[in-house]
Write a protein that binds this ligand. Sequence first.
Ligand SMILES: Nc1ncnc2c1ncn2[C@@H]1O[C@H](COP(=O)(O)OP(=O)(O)OP(=O)(O)O)[C@@H](O)[C@H]1O
Ligand SMILES: O=C(O)C1=C[C@@H](O)[C@@H](O)[C@H](O)C1
Ligand SMILES: [Mg+2]
Length: 200
Amino acid sequence: MSEIEHNAAAEAGKKTGPRPGRLKKTVVMVGMMGAGKTAVGRALAARLRAPFLDSDHEIEAAANMTIPEIFARDGEAFFRKKESQVIARLLAEARGVLSTGGGAFLSEANRDMISDRGVSVWLNADLDVLWNRVRHRDHRPLLKTADPYETLKELYEARVPLYARADLVVRSDAQTPVEGVVDRVLAALATRPDVLEMEE
Ligand SMILES: Nc1ncnc2c1ncn2[C@@H]1O[C@H](COP(=O)(O)OP(=O)(O)OP(=O)(O)O)[C@@H](O)[C@H]1O
Ligand SMILES: O=C(O)C1=C[C@@H](O)[C@@H](O)[C@H](O)C1
Ligand SMILES: [Mg+2]
């Protein structure tokens, strides 16, 4: 068999292997800002042909304000209340992929809702990777401090033990493109027939 034929056969073989099928629970992406919850969640939903939901986006749409505007006008506690309400609504409404905001999984009530109706996936990235992804953007109000790197580091260190309570952990590193991280999430979900049916 020529190399081209061999590659074609390998491709065809891949297509006949088990493929992701129906979602039985909502896949909930959790983790730090910049981990890729939105980018990976959207691409994962497309691969699963499932609805994509993003709690930050839904909060902004419902308030007709941006997240920095909500923090500035109403404060973080108000934002967190809205975030919990939106997550409850999205978990009840659709079965799909739900990307949360970076602080959503810190609340015990949110974690309980998520584990009742979904499966949580922590996208875990090293601090320097997170920093490189968030440093040039200014739409994250918690990083509007005199030393945003230090703030990100403090948030990271305080939050890691809580993110670690997620059902599944997937690495989101600097070398792996979004679709590669999606492959890792799918591989993790393939170990959970209670969440994702696989099709021959
Ligand atoms: N694996 C990756 N490879 C390259 N770029 C990535 C990867 N994952 C995320 N990014 C980029 O990093 C930036 C931050 O990603 P994203 O907005 O998805 O993070 P997030 O976890 O949703 O953050 P937040 O909690 O603030 O909503 C985006 O510009 C995104 O395209
Ligand atoms: O990490 C956080 O606490 C946040 C992350 C973003 O997704 C937004 O939800 C908001 O900027 C707060
Ligand atoms: Mg996001």
